[in-house]
Design a protein around this ligand. Structure first.
Ligand code: ASP
Ligand code: MG
Length: 422
C-alpha cells in the first residue's frame, strides 16, 4: 500500500464525460489498495474566462477579489469529481483551500504556499475517503482567498504530496510523459522514462510546458517523486504503479537505477525571446550596469548577453535577449536613457528562437557544445548568441530555422527513436 497524490489538469477535467473517466482512474488507484488524494484544475478555458470577467469589471481590479473569482473554477471541478466518485460507490469529499487549510502569503494572484495542515487530510485518507482538493487556491493569515499564479495547480499537488508525505505525486495530463523534444516537431522524439529535477527545470523554463516550473523546484526541494502521465487512457491501460509515464527523480535515484545516460536528455525550443543590440557603446566601467540596471528594476528578465571586445575607439557592441512581451517596454527605456548610456544605434529583432540542449550527462563529458555548433554549421544555420550552464547549452538562431535545428540536433545527439519504435 502506498499513499498517492493524483493531479488532473484542465483538459482532463473538461466536461462530464472526462470527469467520469478521471473518477474511474482514481477509483482504480484506490482499489489497488492505496490511500489517495486528488488535486484538480478548473475545466480547460475556464480560468481564462474568469480572468476576462475581472478585466471587464474593472481594469484596475482588486487582486484580492480577482482571487475570489478565479479560484471558483477549481471549486466547481473538485465538487463535481467528488460527486462522480460517490456515484462509483467511493467515499469522497472535497476540501477547499480554506478548509484544509492551505496557508499562503498575501501576494494575491501569485501567492506562495507556506504551510499545509495535513492532519485532517491524512486522517480522512486513512479512513478510506478520497480527498479531492482544488488546486491553485489557498488562504492568507487574514482569511482571504489567494491563488498561486497561472498553472499553479501543479504546485498545489506537489505541496500536498509533500505535506501528506506521499510516496508519489502522479500528474495526469494530456501528454503521456516528457519527451526528448516536441513530438510535433520531431516524429522520432522518444518518451523519457526518467528525467532529473534539474533537467526538468531547464526543459520547463525553455519551453516544454508540461509542468509549472515552480512545482518542479518545490518537488526538488521536498524530494517529492513526481510522475507525468496521460489521463487519456482506456480502462485496460497499464496501471500508474507500473510507471508508464515519465518519473522526475533526483540524481541519486537515477544513479541507483544505473540507467545508461545519453549525452543529452532533451532539446527545447523557445520562441518567446527577442534580441536587442546597442552599437558603439563606450567601453568603460559602469556602462553595462547603466544598461541592465533599469531593465532589472522594471522586472524585465534579461537572458543571454554578449559584449564584444573593444573596437579601435574604445567602443563596443552589446547584444542581449529579453522576453518578447517586454520588448517594446525595454526599447522605450533604453531610448530614454540614450544619453546616459551613450550608444549609437538601438537594433532589435523578435524573429529569433532559442534552442537548448539539456542533460546531466554533459557534466562528465566534454564536447557537447562543440558538437552542437558543428551540427548547426554543417547545415548553414547561423548562431546569433550562446549561453551555457552546467547542464545546458543554448544558442539563439533565426526563428525560421527552429524546426530544422531541433531535428538536426535530435539526430546529432543520437536521440532519434529506432525506426520500428517510431
Ligand atoms: N486553473 C488555473 C490556470 O488555468 C490553474 C491550473 O490549472 O493549474 O492557470
Ligand atoms: Mg497546467
Amino acid at each position: 500500500m502506498a499513499r498517492i497524490v493524483m493531479k488532473f489538469g484542465g483538459t482532463s477535467m473538461a466536461g462530464t464525460e472526462r470527469i467520469r473517466r478521471v473518477a474511474r482512474i482514481v477509483q482504480r488507484q484506490q482499489a489497488a489498495g492505496h490511500e489517495v488524494a486528488v488535486v484538480v484544475s478548473a475545466m480547460a478555458g475556464e480560468t481564462d474566462r474568469l480572468v476576462n470577467f475581472c478585466r471587464e469589471a474593472n481594469a484596475l481590479y482588486d487582486p484580492a477579489e480577482y482571487d475570489v473569482v478565479v479560484a471558483s473554477g477549481e471549486q466547481v471541478t473538485s465538487g463535481l469529481l467528488a460527486m462522480h466518485l460517490q456515484a462509483l460507490g467511493c467515499k469522497a469529499r472535497s476540501w477547499l483551500g480554506w478548509q484544509v487549510p492551505i496557508h499562503t502569503d498575501g501576494a494575491h494572484a501569485k501567492a506562495r504556499i507556506q504551510e499545509i495542515d495535513s492532519d485532517r487530510l491524512i486522517a480522512s485518507m486513512r479512513s478510506g475517503e478520497i480527498a479531492v482538493i482544488p488546486g491553485f487556491q489557498g488562504l492568507t493569515e487574514n482569511n482571504r482567498v489567494t491563488t498561486l499564479g497561472r498553472g499553479g495547480s501543479d504546485t498545489s499537488a506537489v505541496a500536498v504530496a509533500a505535506a501528506v508525505e506521499a510516496d508519489r505525486c502522479d500528474i495526469y495530463t494530456d501528454v503521456d510523459g516528457v519527451y526528448t523534444t516536441d513530438p510535433r516537431i520531431v516524429a522520432k522524439a522518444r518518451k523519457l522514462s526518467h528525467v532529473t529535477y534539474e533537467e526538468m527545470l531547464e526543459l520547463a523554463s525553455v519551453g516544454s510546458k508540461v509542468l509549472q516550473t515552480r512545482s518542479v523546484s518545490l518537488a526538488m526541494k521536498e524530494g517529492v517523486r513526481v510522475q507525468v502521465l496521460s489521463s487519456f487512457i482506456d480502462d485496460d491501460a497499464p496501471a500508474a504503479d507500473t510507471l508508464p509515464g515519465t518519473m522526475i527523480v533526483s540524481d541519486e535515484e537515477l544513479e541507483e537505477l544505473e540507467m545508461e545516460r545519453q549525452l543529452i536528455t532533451g532539446i527545447a525550443a523557445d520562441k518567446n525571446e527577442a534580441k536587442v543590440t546597442l552599437t558603439r557603446v563606450p567601453d568603460k566601467p559602469g556602462i553595462v550596469a547603466t544598461i541592465f540596471g533599469p531593465l532589472a528594476a522594471a522586472s524585465i528578465n534579461v537572458d543571454m548577453i554578449i559584449q564584444n571586445i573593444s573596437k579601435d575607439k574604445g567602443e563596443t557592441d552589446v547584444t542581449f535577449t529579453l522576453p518578447r512581451a517586454d520588448l517594446a517596454r525595454g526599447l522605450a527605456m533604453l531610448e530614454a536613457r540614450k544619453d546616459d548610456i551613450g550608444f549609437n544605434r538601438l537594433i532589435s529583432d523578435s524573429k529569433v528562437s532559442k534552442i537548448s540542449v539539456v542533460g546531466v550527462g554533459m557534466r562528465s563529458h566534454a564536447g557537447v557544445a562543440a558538437m552542437m555548433f558543428k551540427a548547426l554549421a554543417d547545415r548553414g544555420i547561423n548562431i546569433l548568441a550562446i549561453t551555457t550552464s552546467e547542464i545546458k547549452v543554448s544558442v539563439l538562431i533565426d526563428e525560421d530555422e527552429t524546426e530544422l535545428a531541433v531535428r538536426i540536433l535530435h539526430t546529432a545527439y543520437g536521440l532519434d527513436a529506432a525506426d520500428e519504435a517510431a
